[in-house]
Design a protein around this ligand. Structure first.
Ligand code: PEP
Length: 257
């Protein structure tokens, strides 16, 4: 992390877990464990669409932000089952995960739709958390850096310098998500640094230095401190461990370093 240059973000991705009626109890358990968190990081809970109102209510003015896990690339219209960026904003949602590997793998999202969704989010006040990352096969074939560079470049197509300052990138090696396998802090830090260099090539060093790049992939209460100590890792996108208030709180507090 480098808090002089950019914000630290600890974002939980609840995926399709928990219930709206359980959100209040989660907030009540988490908040006393993270006193003063706003001094060192932004805490975000990315909940399923149907749970956004209860999450907004539960976190109220505590400083914890609420995010969605997907957004339509379309502004409005005949897109049954989809949710627009304007609808998310109007529901007091402040962040949105875009291009998570589960969306790419199970729901046919591509680099092109990731770019379209990023542009749609940026037309509103939403902060996109854009996910990139390689599969195990791609890593073993030695194309990790090429792959994340390509994903990053396509995701940012048409994004202005001003809009870039609102984007968060999450480097999530697919083989580490939900598997208990974590990239070593050095490997994860190296890929995050490479992503920053790609952004620097597109927008210049000063702009790239301001972008928060998160690591995601089995980050937990045991490994968070070491991962977050890497200079180019500016936070975490956390799945499994974000469902447990105690573990998530340890990660939030590990960002205070
Ligand atoms: C994720 O869903 O983005 C993720 C990183 O999951 P997990 O922490 O469970 O690996």
């Amino acid at each position: 992390m480098n808090r002089d240059l950019r914000k630290t973000v600890i974002a939980g991705n609840w995926k399709m877990n928990s219930l709206p009626s359980e959100t209040g109890a989660f907030a009540d358990a988490l908040l006393p464990l993270i006193p003063g968190f706003e001094k060192w990081c932004e805490v975000v809970i990315c909940a399923p669409f149907v749970m956004l109102p209860s999450a907004v209510l539960a976190f109220g003015d505590t400083g914890v932000k609420v995010g969605a896990q997907n957004v339509s690339q379309h502004a409005q219209g005949a897109y049954t089952g989809e949710v627009s960026a304007a609808q998310l904003c109007d529901s007091h949602t402040q962040y949105v995960i875009i291009g998570h590997s589960e969306r790419r793998e199970y729901y046919g999202e591509t680099d092109k739709t990731v770019n379209e969704k990023t542009l749609a989010a940026l037309k509103t006040s939403l902060i996109p958390i854009v996910c990139v990352g390689e599969t195990l096969e791609q890593r073993e074939n030695g194309v990790t850096f090429d792959l994340v560079a390509m994903q990053t470049k396509i995701a940012l197509k048409g994004v202005s310098k001003e809009e870039l300052s609102r984007i968060v990138i999450a480097y999530e090696p697919v083989w580490a998500i939900g598997t208990g396998k974590t990239a070593t802090p050095e490997d994860a830090g190296e890929v995050c640094k490479a992503i920053r260099e790609v952004i620097s090539g597109l927008y210049g060093k000063a702009s790239a230095d301001g972008v928060s790049i998160l690591y995601g992939g089995s980050m937990n209460d045991k490994n968070a401190r070491d991962l977050l100590a890497q200079p180019d890792i500016d936070g975490g996108l956390i799945g499994g461990a974000s469902l447990k208030p105690e573990a998530f709180a340890v990660i939030v507090n590990a960002a205070n370093q």
